[in-house]
Each structure stands twice: as C-alpha cells, then as structure tokens.
Write a protein that binds this ligand. Structure first.
Ligand code: AP5
Length: 222
C-alpha cells in the first residue's frame, strides 16, 4: 500500500479536526496537529509554550521558526510511514520547509486537503464549539453532547477555547486570509490541492475525502 502523507488546510472552524478524527480511524495515520501541540506546551508551561502563548491568545500565528522545528521533529519521530498534518503548514515559509524536508527524505506529499467554509459559518461554528481535555469536539447546536456540558465519550467537563471568543475568531480569520490562503495557489500549482465543501454535513465531507484518497491511491498504483 502506498504511503499517505496528508495535509489538512482550511480556515479555522472549517472542520479540519472533525475530519481528522475520522481519517485517523480509516487509515491509522499518525496525527500531528500544530494547535494541539502548542496548547500542550502552553499547559506544561515550557519555553516554547510561553513564547507561543501571547500569539495564540490574540489569534495571531506563532512565528515560523518555533513552529517549523516542532513539526519537523514530530514528522521525524512519528511520521516515517505517513502522516496527517492539521494546521501545518500555515505560511509559505512553513510550506517551503516541509517541501525541503520531504525532498531530503526522498518522500513526497500525497495531497493537501482543503476543507472550505465561509467566514459567517466559521464564526457560527466556533462560537458554539465545546470540547473536553481529550480533544473530543461538540457544537452546542449542530452536534450537542447527550448531557449538556459533559463529554459523551469520557464523561469529563466540556469547555470553550479562549481563542473561540468572537473578537479573537475574527483575528484568526484575518490571519488565515492573509497568511494561509496563499497556500491554496501554492499547492494547486504543484497539483496537490484537493477541495472539499466544509459547509456540507461532516459525514458527506468525510465520504468525499475518502473517495478522493481512494482514487489517488489507485492512480499511484497504475
Ligand atoms: P488550531 O488549533 O490549529 O486552530 P484552527 O486551525 O484555527 O482550527 P480549529 O481547531 O479552530 O478548527 P477546525 O477546522 O479543526 O474545526 P473543528 O473540526 O473543531 O490553531 C490555534 C492557534 O495555534 C492558531 O490561531 C495559532 O496561534 C497557532 N498555530 C497553529 N498552527 C500554527 C502554525 N502552523 N503556524 C503558526 N501558528 C500556529 O470544527 C469546528 C466546530 O464546527 C465544531 O464545533 C464542530 O462540531 C463543528 N463542525 C465541524 N464540521 C462541521 C460540519 N461539516 N457541519 C457543521 N458543524 C461542523
């Protein structure tokens, strides 16, 4: 079976994490989520966590040099047979660094999966998002837990991320449009971009991604 080296791209709240949960089950891929790793550093109060904290709290991107090293180390440690990257790359400098690393390793990306959603939908989704410490994600209207405020899967308390406050969501969106959107063209020019309509139901988005990956794998075997 050919190796899958996948990137999830898209605005905050498009459903990248939601799709990642499903794709991990389908393909047993190591999942490397930049936001989760940074939040973990912040909670453990590491040097990196301290440096990243102010940027994250304000909806800004963390500087490239901090993020690039953290992710390339992870790919080296866990991604030898494939990976699913969520939230990296987010700038052209990060995409270049990833490309150089893959070339060094004699490997190549399989696809950049772009999950799209417009700004109004993003604000609606993130203002209603709730999650537990294990990262199980809900939405108060679209995907509520059975018991309000409690995770269905592990019974722990749900909380709202600090950066899901409306004024910070708008800044995250502005960062996305300015710094990350150019990657759509970047990966399109390399014939790696695959687009998915994130406004559709999670199951439909998932089915479409799976079908696309199956086709890519078939083409790879020809
Ligand atoms: P990060 O944690 O990566 O946040 P993000 O990309 O902004 O993405 P989110 O996790 O908010 O959204 P998602 O697309 O995963 O949506 P979800 O599936 O949860 O980054 C946080 C911060 O870290 C950044 O702001 C930055 O500071 C820093 N950072 C991270 N990476 C960096 C990098 N590479 N460089 C520099 N800094 C970096 O879904 C959202 C909600 O919608 C949920 O409630 C869900 O239930 C619901 N939902 C999902 N899909 C659907 C659907 N199809 N229909 C209806 N509802 C849906």
């Amino acid at each position: 079976m050919s190796e899958l080296n996948l990137i999830l791209l898209g605005p905050p709240g498009a459903g990248k994490g939601t799709q990642a949960t499903r794709l991990r089950k389908d393909f047993s891929l190591p999942y490397i989520a930049t936001g989760d790793l940074l939040r973990d550093h912040r909670e453990r109060d590491t040097e990196l966590g301290q440096a990243a904290s102010e940027y994250m709290n304000n909806g800004k991107l963390v500087p490239d040099d901090l993020v690039i090293k953290m992710i390339l180390d992870r790919i080296e440690a866990e991604g030898g047979d494939g990976f699913l990257l969520d939230g990296f790359p987010r700038t052209v400098a990060q995409a270049d660094a990833l490309g150089a690393e893959m070339a060094n390793l004699g490997r190549r990306l399989t696809a950049a999966l772009l999950v799209q959603a417009d700004d109004d939908e993003v604000v609606r989704r993130l203002s209603g998002r709730r999650q537990c410490r294990q990262g199980h994600v809900y939405h108060v209207d679209f995907d509520p837990p059975k018991h309000e405020g409690v995770c269905d899967q592990d019974g722990t308390k749900l909380f709202q991320r600090d950066d899901d406050r409306p004024e910070i969501v708008l800044r995250r969106l502005a960062e996305y449009h300015e710094q990350t959107e150019p990657l759509i063209d970047y990966y399109e020019r390399r014939d790696l971009l695959r687009r998915f309509n994130g406004a559709r139901a999670p199951t439909e988005v998932h089915d479409h991604i799976r079908a696309t990956l199956a086709t890519l794998r078939l083409e790879d075997q020809l």
